[in-house]
Design a protein around this ligand. Structure first.
Ligand code: ATP
Length: 305
């Protein structure tokens, strides 16, 4: 693949279901070799984006390309390069795990038997068990195994943590995702568990009501955003006007209405000067979490300074 062709390139994608505008002008570019987290609330449009990348849905407007190819027009050229873990882990219940593996293997010339065996062992899956008798977490693991074992160039994981216990989530899933990226392959994962996303991804795209409200490298977002508590000289019913504030915490102000907490975006020096001019002081200044950043942009973005 030429370096200039990205595994994912979506431009102006819109899609309606009846009266529901599921996607509204989504543009997203994912370069090779990164983990991109697609985060957003339930119904934000994450799964709909993933389904377009698989060619399962046709855009109402805009373009979708996987490896530079239209997945609706030429699914045979894209699907064998994409591994997909669906939100509902759709795999045939009547098959035994070993049959599921043998069946899937037949579709993929690049299937890696040793890796499949390694994953089977890591997940402690019984090859003789029928899929329909697996627990929710075991089914998720079986689905993950068949999405991974042909070492696809692009891995699309829809809510990969769902149903997995904390050990598998923290250790195995994170190790798998890092391994994929270390081999120069690409991962797009959707999740609403922001603390987990924070541990797994390099880039974040925040989806809200069918739009991408923010897309940036995680470390850049973490550098730019702070959670700052200001103590005013006198108590106030309203938060002060300060530059760079995206959102004031809803929680009632502390210390007799003198302490107010904000999620801020950049403008650190201006913010500090303004605080001094108000005769106020900064009493706490911490890195904002991804959840803080998400809430600030989704709820407070329109009021952004
Ligand atoms: P979740 O985190 O709950 O999985 P999501 O961000 O993946 O949510 P989508 O599944 O993409 O959200 O749904 C986006 C919107 O489109 C929702 O309002 C959903 O109800 C609607 N939608 C999605 N697929 C369909 C469909 N096949 N028919 C009708 N509406 C749909």
């Amino acid at each position: 693949m030429s370096e200039s062709v990205h595994p994912i390139e979506v431009n102006g994608l819109s899609r309606k279901f009846g009266k529901t505008q599921a996607l509204d002008g989504v543009s997203l570019r994912v370069p090779k070799g990164i983990v991109m987290g697609l985060v957003g609330e339930n119904g934000a449009g994450k799964t709909t984006i993933i389904k377009h990348l698989l060619g399962l849905l046709k855009p109402d407007a805009g373009t979708v390309r996987a490896f530079g190819i239209d997945p609706v027009q030429s699914p045979e050229q894209t699907l064998n390069r994409i591994g997909y873990l669906s939100e509902n882990r759709e795999i045939p219940g009547w098959m035994r795990v070993s049959e599921l593996i043998a069946y899937t293997r037949a579709f993929y010339p690049k299937w890696d038997d040793a890796y499949a065996a390694e994953l089977l062992h890591a997940f402690k899956l019984d090859p003789t068990a029928r899929v329909k008798n697996l627990s929710r977490g075991q089914r998720a693991q079986a689905a993950l195994l068949i999405a991974l074992a042909y070492r696809p160039e692009l891995l699309l994981l829809d809510e990969p943590s769902s149903g997995l216990d904390p050990v598998v989530r923290r250790n195995i899933l994170t190790t798998i995702i890092r391994g994929v990226v270390n081999e120069g392959r690409t991962v797009l994962l959707s999740s609403h568990l922001l603390d987990e996303v924070e541990r797994m991804v390099d880039h974040v795209a925040m989806v809200h009501e069918g739009r991408i409200v923010l897309c940036a490298p995680l470390d850049e977002l973490q550098r730019q955003h702070r959670r700052v508590t200001v103590r005013l000289a006198t108590s106030a019913n309203e938060p002060p006007q300060l530059p760079g504030v995206l959102l004031w915490d809803d929680i009632a102000p502390m210390g007799d209405g003198r302490e107010w907490t904000a999620i801020c975006n950049g403008k650190t020096e201006e913010f500090r000067q303004a605080v001094t001019q108000l005769n106020a002081e900064i009493v706490e200044d911490n890195a904002a979490t991804l959840e803080d950043i998400f809430v600030a942009h989704v709820r407070g973005g329109k009021k952004g300074a």
